[in-house]
Design a protein around this ligand. Structure first.
Ligand code: HEC
Length: 381
């Protein structure tokens, strides 16, 4: 005999009340979480309101938002500088690699003249020490999110949200609906939460991943919201029996209201349902593609971070030039980053090659070298 799963009409009213209160509390909690996010991030780029810039600065940092940069650029320390030219010099140094050689030559003389009277580590130990390179670097870092900080937030986030999604999803499973759609709606919040958390780490190195952070975060919110609203609707509105609660005339009136409401709402509902059903498989496919691309890129970024600097012979430098051109002509972007080559295949796919041979091998096996305009192979999964 076929086993039938439980639906909302099979559970008791007290259970439904418990579930409803839980779902509503989670929903309200989520709105507070959004508000909290707004308050903590919105002013990061100096402009009111949330923007993608705020998210980039939160994880990647920003070169002109270092403590040193903001202290002398409109901050309280600016009047101490004897010439505006020197301010530019320091800001340029901050945004061009902050090398020690350039520091000794251009920056140290300025600081020694205008700043070390107070910032010398002795007269006032509480102030940043600006007499040497190490001391200055402490206020010159770009404030990217720290790895230990992100690890901490990630584990709390994943543990906490996994439970929320488990319970919300468990209740949502009582709904009656197309089973493929239901499976997708159950999986999406988990997937997007994982992608979201991963992309915090990637955004530290690559600010354009802030878009993935925002998109996956929004997707998680929307899919969880959909679970809550659909569950509440099926629990109370669909299983509502007017006979038990209302007099005959009230039932008549209710019927009239419902019918006129349905006349307005049903075309909207059915067309949006058709739309969702039509696009669900496509979205699902794209999500899988994106997940593969993101994990691949992550793997390559880790390799890039871990690899030591390359020492190229003259011959290999020439080869590298040539390969770069070939790749650019086939529609890829290539960066040589000291310890290897980063090749951008698509928005989300970045490959890392740690030797000229690996790069050569990759180029020889390019699937569509001839045409620059075709889509990368990942899209043909
Ligand atoms: C007259 C003493 C004095 C001089 C000169 C001085 N500072 Fe300061 N500086 C302070 C004091 C006091 C603070 C801490 C008060 C604060 O944070 O506003 C401070 C704080 C700072 C900070 C830390 C701001 C933060 O984010 O906490 C930086 C960076 C800084 N100064 C840079 C400079 C530079 C660069 C110069 C030279 C152009 C300079 N200071 C000259 C007294 C001085």
């Amino acid at each position: 005999m076929e086993k039938r799963c439980l639906r909302f009409q099979d559970i008791s009213v007290s259970e439904k009340m418990l579930y409803s209160l839980f779902l509503m509390t989670i929903g309200i909690g989520y709105l507070f979480a959004l508000t909290h996010m707004y308050y903590t991030h919105q002013m990061r780029d100096g402009e009111p309101g949330m923007s993608i810039q705020d998210v980039m600065i939160a994880y990647y940092g920003s070169q002109d938002q270092t403590r040193l940069g903001s202290a002398i650029n409109g901050g309280p320390m600016e009047p101490n500088l004897k010439s505006a030219n020197d301010k530019e010099k320091i800001l340029v140094w901050l945004s061009t690699g902050k090398s020690k050689a350039a520091f000794e030559q251009d920056i140290a003389p300025i600081l020694n003249r205008d700043c070390t009277l107070c910032h010398n580590g002795e007269t006032n130990p509480g102030l940043p020490n600006l007499t040497n390179y190490e001391g200055v670097m402490e206020v010159a870092s770009s404030k990217a999110a720290s790895i230990p900080g992100l690890v901490k937030v990630s584990h709390i986030h994943l543990f906490g949200i996994a439970f929320i999604l488990l319970f919300v999803g468990r209740i949502f499973i009582y709904c009656r609906m197309n089973v493929t759609l239901k499976r997708i709606i159950v999986v999406i919040p988990f997937l997007s939460m994982l992608i979201d958390t991963l992309s915090w780490f990637i955004t530290r190195n690559n600010p354009s991943f802030a878009y993935v952070v925002v998109a996956s975060g929004a997707l998680m919110g929307l899919s969880m919201g959909a679970q809550i609203i659909i569950s509440l609707y099926q629990m109370w509105v669909e299983t509502f029996h007017p006979k038990l609660w209302l007099s005959a005339s009230q039932q008549q009136l209710l019927k009239k209201i419902v019918i006129s409401f349905e006349q307005i709402a049903s075309p909207i509902v059915s067309s949006s349902k058709a739309c969702v059903l039509k696009f669900a498989p496509i979205i699902w496919l794209q999500l899988r593609v994106a997940a593969v691309q993101v994990s691949l890129s992550l793997y390559h970024i880790v390799r890039y971070q871990l690899h030591p600097k390359l020492n190229l012979s003259v011959n290999n430098q020439l080869k590298a030039q040539q390969y770069k051109q070939t790749l650019t002509e086939s529609g890829y972007s290539v960066w040589f980053v000291g310890n290897g080559w980063l090749v951008k295949e698509s928005v989300l796919t970045w490959l890392f090659f740690n030797s000229i041979d690996a790069l050569e091998h990759y180029i020889q096996h390019l699937p569509y070298q001839a045409s620059a305009s075709t889509e990368p192979s990942e899209y043909k999964v």
